[in-house]
Write a protein that binds this ligand. Structure first.
Ligand code: NOJ
Ligand code: CA
Length: 535
């Protein structure tokens, strides 16, 4: 086997920038805040961080509406702060990924102002402008992911523009070669500064069907769902030409490797069924290194369903493709809320012992839950536009609780979103001192990945998926490990394969470990165990 790359053996830690650490007392997290907390991340044992967008932005969608791709929003810091963060992270062996938002800009980006100024503007074609439908009204039935028509009428120039998200986020026209060129320049701007790669926002959205046909209705729609779910986004997303776009981005990243400047990683944010997801690894030419795999967020938490999903995902991977797993992010409910606190520990073990690169969402290492946001404090435009449907993302974006000092050590001022109610007890300082804490479990799991290549890069084989038991093997060279997870609240028994008789516990999600006896491992309720056959 080839030696693994850093992005294969490593663990990525996702930081929601506004909520990680404030350094200047305005209640909003910033770059210097992250730099201050790098030692925490290094001690935790992760290998790379990716942070939500840092660019100047009117913040209609909290940075996913970019008004200048080559600068830093003053609320987050300066370019010098980025350089300092990169230098200090690299000195600790940590890689740094930015969030690249190529699908849309802010409506206040000078490009859009120019595009909007007239039909004959040289930048008119940088965005998606269309005439009204023949009978009047929007050009087609496409719905914004945040609700409402995805078309906004521009009275002055007499056309509609397309926005997959807010109307303040007009979509760029990625079929235009000039747009491609300037966005490639943006990527180089950051890569030349030393950034180790990008998480690419909504990669599967970049190309829409050329003739803008209607999306078909979704027969599974119910009013409890968001309005976007009325339709299947079959025409507005995931068009074949997107793979050429991804391949060109990959080629650009590969230039750095060829020049001896290290491997620069591209992770695509893509919510698609597995078969279509796999195409983003590339077909004739390599695509992104890691098309984001969000299935653990979306699959029922049952041993059988998980086993089927893992097996199907592994089987669908194209030759040479490296897997990846995600348990939570800034758009979806937190794992502790979805599964409960006890099972979240088992989920952490799953995330950090499956084959493939894990992404750990900040705060999940403390077992943070979704924080209820009082109506007057709602910030997320998604919640404000479609209230009460549980679509809001503020609850999963609350400040990191560091200690039990004022504002949990996150800021010297009231934070932009409320803290978790239990912050005086659930915080980094407290959990650092408790050997049985969720944080301590994460540190142990991350340390085990470093000392056991079987966990970081080994082969995977499913052993058992019955009742609430999910068990698998990880193997590298002479080392064979067993991971056994009890996904329920009743004890479970695993009959060990012959080769594993005599194995010993390496790690349990509970405080102590119970050895296997007579070829049988007994798992306590909500317990996960890693067993090793090494002496
Ligand atoms: C996906 C991001 O993860 C989400 O937070 C954002 O609102 C949309 N893309 C629009 O950029
Ligand atoms: Ca700040």
């Amino acid at each position: 086997m080839m030696p693994a790359s850093w992005w294969q053996s490593g663990v990525i830690y996702q930081i929601y920038l506004r909520s990680f650490q404030d350094s200047n007392g305005d209640g909003i997290g910033d770059l210097r805040g992250i730099t201050k907390r790098l030692s925490y991340l290094a001690e935790l044992g992760v290998d790379a961080i990716w942070m939500s967008p840092i660019y100047p932005s009117p913040m209609a969608d909290f940075g996913y509406d970019v008004s200048d791709y080559c600068d830093v929003d003053p609320r987050f810091g300066t370019l010098a702060d980025v350089d300092d963060l990169l230098a200090q992270a690299h000195a600790r062996g940590l890689k740094v990924l930015l969030d690249f938002v190529p699908n849309h800009t802010s409506d206040r980006h000078p490009w859009f102002a120019e595009s909007r100024s007239s039909r004959s503007s040289p930048k008119r074609d940088w965005y998606l402008w269309r005439d009204p439908a023949p009978g009047g009204g929007p050009p087609n039935n496409w719905i914004s992911d945040f609700g409402g028509s995805a078309w906004e009428w521009d009275e002055a120039s007499g056309q509609y523009y397309y926005h997959a998200f807010l109307k303040q986020q007009p979509d760029l026209n990625w079929r235009n070669p000039t747009v491609q060129g300037v966005m490639h320049d943006v990527m180089r701007f950051w890569l030349n500064r030393g950034v180790d790669g990008f998480r690419i926002d909504v990669l599967w959205h970049l190309i829409k069907a050329a003739d803008f046909p209607d999306n078909p209705p979704n027969s599974a729609y119910t009013p409890a769902l968001g309005e976007m779910d009325r339709l299947l986004q079959l025409r507005s997303t995931d068009q074949p030409e997107v793979h050429g776009i991804a391949a060109r981005m990959r080629a650009l990243a590969e230039d750095y490797r060829a020049a001896g400047q290290g491997e620069r990683l591209l992770i695509g944010e893509i919510y698609l069924p597995v078969e279509r997801l796999m195409r983003y690894y590339g077909e004739d030419r390599p695509g992104v290194h890691l098309p984001g795999n969000f299935q653990l967020i979306e699959t029922p938490w049952q041993a059988r369903s998980l086993a089927v999903l893992i097996a199907a995902y592994e089987a669908a991977l194209p030759p040479g493709a490296w897997p990846n797993w995600v348990l939570g992010n800034h758009d979806r409910p937190r794992v502790a809320t979805r599964l409960g606190e006890s099972q979240a520990r088992v989920a952490a073990m799953l995330l950090l012992t499956l084959r493939g690169t894990p992404t750990l969402y900040y705060g999940d290492e403390l077992g943070l839950s979704d924080v209820p946001i009082p109506p007057g404090q709602v910030q997320d435009p998604r919640e404000l536009r479609q209230p009460g449907k549980g679509l809001g993302r503020d609850p999963v974006r609350t400040p990191m609780p560091w200690d039990d000092s004022a504002h949990a050590g996150f800021s010297t001022a009231a934070p932009w979103l409320p803290l978790n109610a239990d912050w005086p007890a659930r915080n980094v300082a407290r959990q650092s001192a408790e050997p049985g804490s969720m944080l301590a479990l994460h540190r142990r799991l991350l340390a085990a990945r470093r000392t056991h290549p079987a966990l970081a890069i080994g082969d995977f084989a499913l052993l058992d998926a019955e009742d609430d038991m999910l068990a698998y093997e990880r193997r590298h060279g002479a080392e064979r490990l067993i991971v056994a997870l009890n996904l329920g609240a009743r004890p479970q028994r695993l009959a060990l394969p012959d080769w594993a008789h005599g194995c010993r516990p390496l790690l349990s999600t509970l405080a102590d470990s119970v050895p296997a006896q007579d070829g049988t491992l007994l798992l306590r309720p909500n317990e996960g165990v890693v067993l090793t056959t090494a002496d």
